[in-house]
Design a binder for this molecule. Sequence first.
Ligand SMILES: Cc1cc2nc3c(=O)[nH]c(=O)nc-3n(C[C@H](O)[C@H](O)[C@H](O)COP(=O)(O)O)c2cc1C
Length: 184
Amino acid sequence: MDENNIKILAISGSVRDNSSNSKLLRAVANLSSENVVFKFYNELETLPHFNPGIDNDESPPAPVTILRNYLKEADGVLFSTPEYANGVPGVLKNALDWIVSSGEFMNKPVAVISGSPHPGGGEKAHASLLLTLNMLSAKIVEGGTMMIPFITTKLNADGKITDPVMKQELINLINALVDDINKH
Ligand SMILES: Cc1cc2nc3c(=O)[nH]c(=O)nc-3n(C[C@H](O)[C@H](O)[C@H](O)COP(=O)(O)O)c2cc1C
């Protein structure tokens, strides 16, 4: 891989087969320029339940080390998450809790999407995820947040974007993330 490539870690808050949020991340990757390389993190389910008692720097659980290394290697992170019961999915919050002490999000450029079949676009999960990321000192880039209502009507079965307005908004969002990375 060209070392000048920009590396984005894409994290879906859904572990569901056929997840709209996971499909959306792949669609965003296809909208990006060639020098932007996406890694799709699909190991949320491998992480143990967060337990500060076993969270030490010398020998954290292996899946935690893997996630921390992916984050260290990434120039930026792109989330797309559903909302469950008015909040961030537990699997995603669990992953973020593992990063509190290790600090890989510190000043990391981040963009956040929430996608829901409902009209709110996952607004509560979105707000909650931003709160947590701010606590982790992530850098939420300007223009890097987006809530997508009625997401199931905007992607076809293959995960292709069928809504031109959303497509342009996603292009703007990924460009905002990449521009911020390029600036620093
Ligand atoms: C237990 C449960 C709770 C949910 N709670 C919410 C909610 O609070 N807000 C919302 O917008 N959607 C809610 N949904 C609907 C999800 O947004 C929907 O299942 C979505 O497609 C999940 O995203 P995914 O396609 O990426 O897996 C809920 C779904 C389930 C199964």
